[in-house]
Ligand binder design. Structure first.
Ligand SMILES: *[C@@H]1O[C@H](CO)[C@@H](O)[C@H](O)[C@H]1NC(C)=O
Ligand SMILES: *[C@@H]1O[C@H](CO)[C@@H](O)[C@H](O)[C@H]1NC(C)=O
Ligand SMILES: *[C@@H]1O[C@H](CO)[C@@H](O)[C@H](O)[C@H]1NC(C)=O
Ligand SMILES: *[C@@H]1O[C@H](CO)[C@@H](O)[C@H](O)[C@H]1NC(C)=O
Length: 429
């Protein structure tokens, strides 16, 4: 009896002690420590994207799964969608107790940038949803970072949408700054498109506007997609061959969905979990692979990238569109964004009332936050290249070819077999 009380007491004090992760140079560090933080993670979205379910709002679900995260030795999960009207205290606390951080994608399927109409889908109503999610989750020390978007560019023809995604990065970072939230890293998670993977990385890390450049860059690598997966790449990813550039990765994915890349199967009544061969293989690989010692030869003083030049496979404009003026009241911190949860649909809302009217002054006097460092110059967004839509997925299967020997600027992550790597920094050479 006394023993178990003691044990839970110890867990409590650990939970209280979870420190935020911060970016220094091209790497993650636990705040206040000289020790590098390497992500050992999995993607976590039971039910998949077709049947949206918020795994961080359901105490029973996270309770069921956290013991498997611990068994794998994880320190991070990535969640693709949450309900920004729900309460996440319980799960975030349970995860913190287990020493587990969360990387969160801020979009849901119909409240996101549309690759075939970046210009219209980047609107006030959309930013309200995204910023509400940012604000909601920023209060947890174990919110590691946010992805502004995932795989919006998914072939060599959808690159014209990139400026809109970069605009979302800028707006999120500006909102975090203006509202005095903790400096939570914001990034983009890129598809493995062999024609432009390097341009994509450079693009999100280029230009004079520091707020528009990502803090972390994730790369979804579709290599090693055999079944079962041996996960032998783990030994390389957590070696000094890669650690000067990469900061670990996240395995796609925890629960088995229709595409069969799950570490575990969840029973149809959701009560029980059974592990697959992939689970055992990953566990064994993590167990025998230590992180590089100390700072893993991270790079402290990299310069940001040159923006890629226009070509037949890269047609994104360098100029990032201005914030829709209706969203300035949120970004300046004068009015709190308020999400509407999974029912939000915003991709059409460039025509919504007030989308491009700056009414921020109306909210200013009641507002408590510091004033903006001018989050956007005026003028409406530049016109979109409107590349025709891609439902086409160009999943190239050739191996990841960015040689991580040189400087990357920013944090680089990878997806583990599919290994998601957090690339802190882009290849400069
Ligand atoms: C969150 O981190 C800060 C330091 O950055 C620390 O002072 C605080 O105790 C932490 N809170 C929790 C609940 O872990
Ligand atoms: C790190 O901790 C210090 C002191 O506790 C705090 O002032 C700072 O905001 C923290 N940084 C991040 C990125 O959390
Ligand atoms: C089981 O969980 C999934 C999400 O993982 C949810 O969509 C579904 O409704 C749940 N089913 C039952 C029977 O609770
Ligand atoms: C970019 O390159 C493509 C193909 O090379 C060309 O069709 C297009 O006009 C170029 N755009 C600009 C703005 O130069």
């Amino acid at each position: 009896m006394q023993f178990s009380i003691l044990v839970s007491f110890l867990f409590c004090s650990l939970a209280l002690a979870i420190q935020p992760i911060e970016v220094k140079g091209n790497a993650f560090f636990v705040n206040g420590s000289k020790e590098r933080f390497f992500i050992r993670g999995v993607d976590y979205q039971p039910g998949g994207s077709s049947d949206l379910f918020d795994p961080l709002a359901d105490k029973t679900t996270c309770e069921r799964d956290i013991k498997y995260f611990k068994e794998l030795g994880l320190n991070t999960i990535r969640v693709y969608s949450i309900d920004n009207t729900a309460d996440h205290d319980d799960c975030m606390e349970q995860l913190a107790d287990a020493g587990i951080y969360v990387i969160l994608d801020v979009n849901i399927p119909y409240a996101s940038i549309a690759r075939d109409d970046g210009e219209c889908s980047y609107n006030t109503m959309y930013l309200n949803e995204v910023l509400a999610t940012v604000k909601l989750m920023a209060k947890y020390n174990n919110t590691l970072g946010y992805f502004a978007a995932n795989e919006v560019i998914n072939d060599d023809e959808s690159t014209g949408v990139a400026p809109y995604v970069k605009a979302v990065v800028r707006d999120m970072k500006t909102f975090i700054k203006n509202t005095g939230l903790r400096k939570i890293p914001v990034g983009y998670s890129a598809a493995d498109v062999k024609e432009n993977r390097l341009e994509t990385a450079h693009y999100f890390n280029c230009g004079d506007d520091e707020m528009a450049r990502v803090d972390m860059f994730g790369f979804n690598d579709y290599s090693w997609c055999v079944n079962p997966r041996p996960f032998t790449e783990v030994e390389s990813i957590y070696s000094t061959d890669m650690s000067s550039v990469f900061s670990g990765g996240l395995v796609y994915e925890y629960s088995e969905e229709s595409n069969k890349y799950g570490l575990v199967k969840i029973s149809s009544d959701n009560k029980t979990v059974s592990t697959n061969d992939d689970f055992d293989n990953l566990k064994a690989e993590f167990k025998k692979t230590e992180n590089p010692k100390g700072d893993g030869e991270y790079q402290a003083d990299l310069k940001y990238s040159e923006c890629p030049t226009n070509s037949s496979t890269w047609e994104a404009k360098e100029k990032v569109p201005s914030t829709p003026k209706g969203a300035l009241k949120y970004i300046k911190g004068y009015k709190d964004p308020k999400g509407t949860g999974f029912k939000a649909t915003t991709q059409w809302a460039c025509t919504a009332k007030g989308n491009d009217d700056d009414d921020s002054d109306k909210y200013k006097k009641g507002g408590s936050s510091s004033s903006s460092s001018s989050s956007s110059s005026s003028g409406s967004g530049s016109s979109s290249d409107s590349p025709s839509s891609g439902s086409s997925s160009s999943k190239s299967s050739d191996a990841f070819t960015i040689k991580p020997s040189k400087a990357y600027l920013g944090v680089l992550l990878t997806t583990i077999g599919i290994f998601f790597g957090l690339i802190w920094g882009l290849l400069l050479d």
